[in-house]
Design a binder for this molecule. Structure first.
Ligand code: M6R
Length: 611
């Protein structure tokens, strides 16, 4: 996720910007840059790769000033190189912009501006913002008003910081989605993606809300809503230390990342899903209708949580593609002599893109002539470099060892891919449009779960934390969620847990059931709902403790279960993105109750780079 910092005050701005960007490094990035306004006008320095590369360039430039902005870029539109690194400029070089998020309507805006004679230098969506402001300034509008008018034209989710070298001393920052905070100092004001870089200067912070923008100079900060009305909001006093600031006040990265899921899912579908034409657009996926026509089977290779995402993917892709889909563990695939040829599409699913078992399987597939694509969260990771195409999950860096937002964004990527395959196969537009509409609602529905169920789940965690075993049950698309729920619980709480297809329970695990065994079941309204209810009755008849994740208002389940966790309804292929959230929270609060090291569980590493 990109990191943003803007400063206006009395200090030498370069160390402020670089120090701030260092505090934002944990968000992950592939390039960085700063813009400084001084007697020479606007000076921009950018570099690919780590901040040390930027610092080396700055050593040569001896840049000074007390007004500027800095950015770390996590690429979405355009390659992660110096040219696409922020800040971006208009044709005059005076209007400078940094940005986090996605401007969804950048393409028509860019075409319009190009027709009007604007020259674009980068592949980014961000650059349109600088040219839109320039266009208005050329027509006689003042910088701040030009920004106001420009913001009304932008669609998507973005945090923007903008300055104009010909009106130095004023920064405008706008938020529509990604976080943006303003720190109020003495004779200085500072804007950033989160509070971590601000704490060295002030503890008085204003959090911008969606649709708001702030105009800051050395003395004042004024906040406005989307209708340009003044917003009066007293600053909050932040007492966090630096580590707490990185976690944005959450106790653990895992909890922060669970709460980031609405944003992460949205960033994964934004800019790729176009409802009006019912089209899916993947900029890094080389898979045309001709390529697709040659594919006779799909093999998914992954490990751990990513393997569970692959199992959900099998349901979605098989239904869309009507060809066989196999899902393999990376550690099993290459040792089982798999049947691979030029008509095989292999999909590697890996958050880190560095998991040795997954990569070894992908290498074997490639060696035998398969077409290779990767669903990955890390730009330029090993798995992406060997692939013919990539679908990036824009989850942002995942720091907690237990994977949460990486998983829900993998499910999002699979769903988009299933819609894309339907498009390549010329399937009905109305099904795709309905699917896109439901997809767009998912972030709100995750927020709804977090708002209405988290405290209840925390109470359930206290009730069941001393159990020695758990059984997780699900059928169809929810069977992989049963596996994922069990994995999450065991990896961070060290409680033994098993995931099982509910219909298989009677073939063995039913022997485990007694009054001491909590059974977490997913029973939402799918075509197998009645079958799941029968399976749950089998649990109840043996005195098992039933905790059921079900649709809101399901009275049948309420009568049967000891405890229910209600989630909003959506179409079946998207339900796993919702049903997994309560299992993440349950695992988190049980581990917390037991005093375990949630973010760094024993014996586990975030990225397993050995076989
Ligand atoms: O980076 P990857 O997605 O390839 O990692 C695969 C597994 O190691 C990973 O999903 C692991 O199972 C998670 N820590 C589970 O929460």
């Amino acid at each position: 996720m990109c990191g943003i910092i803007g400063y206006v005050g009395t200090r030498d701005v370069v160390p402020v910007l670089i120090g701030g960007l260092k505090k934002l490094e944990y968000r992950g990035y592939d390039s960085a840059g700063i813009a400084v306004v001084n007697g020479n006008g606007v000076e921009v320095v950018r570099a690919e790769g780590k901040l040390s590369n930027l610092e080396a360039k700055l050593d040569d430039r001896k840049l000074h000033g007390s007004f500027g902005m800095g950015h770390t870029r996590w690429a979405t539109h355009g390659k992660p190189n110096e040219n696409n690194a922020h800040p971006h400029r208009d044709c005059t070089g005076q209007v400078v912009v940094i940005h986090n998020g996605i401007i969804e309507n950048f393409l028509p805006l860019k075409q319009r501006l190009q027709k009007a004679g604007h020259e674009f230098k980068t592949e980014t969506d961000t650059e349109v913002v600088a040219h839109l402001i320039e266009e208005r300034i050329k027509g006689g509008t003042k910088f701040v008003d030009a920004v106001r008018q420009t913001l009304k034209e932008l669609e998507g989710h973005f945090a923007l910081v903008m300055i104009d070298g010909s009106e130095p001393g004023t920064i405008v920052a706008a938020k529509q989605g990604p976080p943006l905070v303003v720190g109020l100092g003495e004779n200085e004001n500072i804007i950033a993606s989160d509070v971590a870089p601000l704490l060295a200067y002030t503890r008085n912070i204003i959090y911008l809300e969606d649709g708001e923008y702030a105009i800051a100079d050395q003395q004042n900060v004024r906040v406005f809503d989307k209708n340009d009305n003044d917003v009066t909001r007293p600053p909050k006093k932040i007492l966090w230390d630096a580590v707490m600031a990185e976690k944005e006040g959450y106790r653990h990265y895992m909890l922060k990342e669970i709460h980031e899921q609405p944003r992460a899912v949205r960033d994964t579908f934004n800019g790729r899903m176009f409802e009006e034409s019912a089209q899916i657009y993947f900029n890094d996926l080389q898979l045309t209708a001709d390529d697709w026509a040659k594919i006779k089977k799909v093999q998914v290779i992954a490990c751990g949580t990513s393997w569970h995402a692959g199992l959900v993917g099998k349901f979605l892709l098989e239904d869309a593609a009507r060809i066989p889909i196999e899902v393999d563990y990376g550690s099993e695939y290459r040792y089982r002599n798999p049947i691979i040829d030029g008509s095989t599409l292999v999909i590697g699913v890996t958050q880190s893109g560095e998991t040795a078992d997954t990569i070894a399987g992908m290498q074997e597939a490639k060696r035998q002539g398969a077409k290779l694509i990767t669903i990955c969260n890390v730009i330029g990771a090993a798995a992406t470099r060997m692939s013919d195409g990539v679908i990036y999950t824009n989850a942002g860096p995942e720091i907690g060892v237990a994977s949460t937002k990486a998983f829900t964004t993998q499910l999002t990527a699979f769903y988009l891919l299933s819609l894309y395959i339907r498009e390549l196969r010329g399937e009905d537009v109305s099904v795709r449009k309905q699917g896109m509409h439901e997809m767009r609602m998912i972030p709100h529905r995750i927020e709804h779960i977090l708002k209405h169920q988290e405290q209840h789940i925390e109470r359930l965690a206290h009730k069941y934390a001393n159990s020695t075993d758990f059984l997780f049950l699900g059928r169809g698309v929810h069977y992989p969620i049963a596996l994922e729920g069990a994995l999450k619980l065991k990896e961070i709480s060290y409680i033994h847990a098993e995931g099982y297809p509910a219909g298989e329970m009677k073939h063995g695990p039913i022997a485990l059931i007694d009054e001491n065994l909590p059974v977490v079941a997913i029973a939402t309204k799918t075509p197998v709902y009645d079958k799941v209810v029968s399976n749950l009755q089998e649990v109840k008849a043996r005195d098992g403790k039933l905790i059921v994740i079900c649709d809101e208002g399901d009275e049948e389940i309420a009568k049967l279960a000891d405890d229910v966790i209600e989630i909003p309804h959506t179409i079946e292929p998207l339900q796993p993105i919702l049903s997994v959230v309560p299992t993440q929270l349950l695992a988190y609060y049980i581990a917390l109750r037991l005093g375990k090291d949630v973010d760094q569980p024993r014996n586990l590493a975030k990225s397993v780079t050995v076989e």
